[in-house]
Design a protein around this ligand. Sequence first.
Ligand SMILES: Nc1ncnc2c1ncn2[C@@H]1O[C@H](COP(=O)(O)OP(=O)(O)OP(=O)(O)O)[C@@H](O)[C@H]1O
Ligand SMILES: [Mg+2]
Length: 235
Amino acid sequence: MKPREEWKVEQGVFDKTTLSALYKLYAKHFDRLRFVIATGKEADVYLAEKGEGKVAIKLYRMVARAYKDIYKYINGDPRFDHVRNRPRDVIFAWAKKEYKNLERASKVGVRVPKPIAVEKNALVMEFIGENDIPAPTANKLPPKNPIAWRREVYKWVRNLWNKANLVHGDLNKFNLINYNEKPVLIDISQAVLKEHPLSMKLLERDVRIISNWFNKLGVDDKSLIKWYERVKNES
Ligand SMILES: Nc1ncnc2c1ncn2[C@@H]1O[C@H](COP(=O)(O)OP(=O)(O)OP(=O)(O)O)[C@@H](O)[C@H]1O
Ligand SMILES: [Mg+2]
């Protein structure tokens, strides 16, 4: 797939905050912004180059609409106690939270894009793909070996909880990239610590949604649901 002409980035499309974040990251972390990989609900993800290498840059939209939804995931997280409840601060905290959660997840053996840098509303991370082509998400390309994926993804959920103190909070086939038939977990900004008031509810939802998906693929073994029941009873 060649980048289409209309995907080329025009400076004019960025707001002032995003531009200043990109200027800070420029040279050290990338030297060419290529094209939009995906436009999501809350952010746009771009492919960028640094010499011969590639990085992905997630730019969170500086729009007030988003911040009300996300504040509840930040409020109650001791790592972000000092953040004031106003759009700019909350969106910057959101980007930083994704960076920190990526670091945390990576430390306990969860395959995520390696976090590289964060500045205001811009997050630079490892690009998951080959040449200029981003690897597809698992909804577009379901795994050929769902049993191996189940083993891996269920282990991640347990390790995130047991070792990283974290719940992903939006675990589904859209947030798993199929990278040469290996899963990579993305989109982790909403992940909360165990201590967070929403953690059990989010854990229950993650477990249910991902088990249902493996069930549809014909390979759920109920082990994650049983694990969740134990966790719930212990807490
Ligand atoms: N590191 C990466 N390498 C390659 N592609 C990526 C990377 N991170 C994200 N993407 C692509 O960008 C899309 C959007 O990323 P992400 O889910 O993190 O953002 P989002 O704004 O939360 O999107 P959505 O609202 O759709 O969940 C992903 O579905 C994936 O296709
Ligand atoms: Mg997503």
